[in-house]
Design a protein around this ligand. Structure first.
Ligand code: FAD
Ligand code: NDP
Length: 309
């Protein structure tokens, strides 16, 4: 039997695609992964606490709770969910063939919603203080009470780091950027924004080597050319890039230079007809739950139109 739509992933993009595809009576199969890329089924939001910017929850909602609700909704609408990681899809044949450690099935269309994983450094204290002062998303976590009026650090020198440093200044008493080189990688306009802000300082040629504290993060230790120094901080934000989860594609789809799947502007269509990509795996810029969900809706509508024609 050939399926109509297989969805790969388990975040807001995948489950929104599931809801729409099921309601379009396409009987979607969704592979949610089994600790795929080291992240639990449910995706990146399972690694955070309160989500305060997803519409519909005026008092915020826990990330894992939100993802449980999305999963329940997509299943209730008719999505069949397997807790299996897709290890390979063969896009060279029609129908496409999808492989997991437990099964192989064929499908007329595929929606890829495997997300991206924020890079971590693996420094001393990282595991202890993850989400207790260390975050990989300033837009998501910056407004939390624990960071308000406090000194904060952003690691990285790219556009994300500059954008996050500027964003965090809305809440912080000061922001320090820790940059490993003696220059920023960011675009000129983003560089100017941080260099002209008197409340943002930059520690050049520095690496954060340890996060220290008690129950919450209290300081970080920097390695600099002339030795180490420890600075008091309440928040440490990683902005050192993301890795889109595309290994299982085995280079069958064109990716941009950072590894994001390329889609046609204004749609979720990839270069292979019948294969669609949505959420963070194809979004190097916005990377929010609501934008992932929106593009999941687009992918299901695009897949439905493809199957109809
Ligand atoms: P993801 O959430 O990345 O989920 C994809 C999942 O698919 C993977 O995690 C994995 O479980 C599964 N998968 C991967 N590969 C395979 C495979 N081969 N087979 C099967 N399954 C696979 N955004 C907000 O809007 N508000 C917030 O408050 C917020 N807080 C955040 C806090 C943190 C700590 C982080 C890291 C991110 C946060 N974000 C927040 C960003 C948000 O989580 C992402 O934009 C969103 O989750 C992206 O959704 P997605 O559906 O593209 O995929
Ligand atoms: P980038 O890859 O551009 O930058 C990553 C930064 O993190 C670099 O400064 C890099 O340093 C640093 N870094 C990487 N690994 C480490 C490490 N192990 N230790 C310390 N520092 C490290 O990623 P971004 O997320 O900033 O941007 C991704 C893309 O998205 C870019 O194309 C960017 O232009 C775009 N973007 C655009 C925005 C905008 O226009 N408003 C906003 C956000 C992103 P080094 O320079 O030394 O390699």
């Amino acid at each position: 039997m050939t399926e109509q739509i297989v969805i790969i992933g388990s975040g807001p993009a995948a489950h929104t695609a599931g809801i729409y595809a099921a309601r379009a009576q396409r009987n979607p199969i969704l592979f949610e992964g089994e600790m795929a890329g080291g992240v639990a089924a449910g995706g990146q939001l399972t690694t955070t606490t309160d989500v305060e910017n997803f519409p519909g929850f005026p008092h915020g909602i826990g990330g894992p709770e939100l993802m449980m609700a999305m999963r329940e909704q997509s299943e209730r609408c008719g999505t069949t969910i397997y807790t299996e990681t897709v290890t390979f899809i063969d896009l060279s044949v029609r129908p496409f063939v999808v492989t997991t450690p437990y099964r192989t099935l064929s499908t007329q269309s595929v929606i890829i919603a495997t997300g991206a994983t924020a890079k971590r450094l693996g420094i001393q204290g990282e595991t202890t203080f993850w989400q207790k002062g260390i975050s990989a998303c300033a837009v998501c976590d910056g407004a939390l009470p624990m960071f308000r009026g406090k000194p904060l650090v952003v690691i990285g020198g790219g556009d994300s780091a500059c954008e996050e440093a500027s964003f965090l200044m809305k809440y912080a008493s000061s922001v320090t950027m820790v940059v490993r080189k003696n220059q920023l990688r960011a675009s000129k306009v983003m560089q100017d924004r941080v260099l002209q802000n008197p409340n943002i300082t930059i520690e050049w040629e520095s690496d954060v080597i340890a996060a220290n504290g008690d129950s919450l993060l209290q300081s970080v230790t920097l390695q600099q050319p002339n030795g180490q120094k420890t600075i008091p901080v309440s928040g440490l934000f990683y902005a050192i890039g993301h890795v889109p989860n595309t290994d299982f594609l085995n280079n069958q789809l064109p990716l941009d230079e950072s590894g994001y799947i390329l889609t046609e502007a204004g749609s979720t269509r990839t270069s292979v007809p019948g294969v669609f990509a949505c959420g963070d795996v194809q979004d190097r810029h916005y990377r929010q739950a609501i934008t992932a969900a929106g593009s999941g809706c687009m992918a299901a509508l695009d897949a439905d139109a493809y199957l109809s024609h």
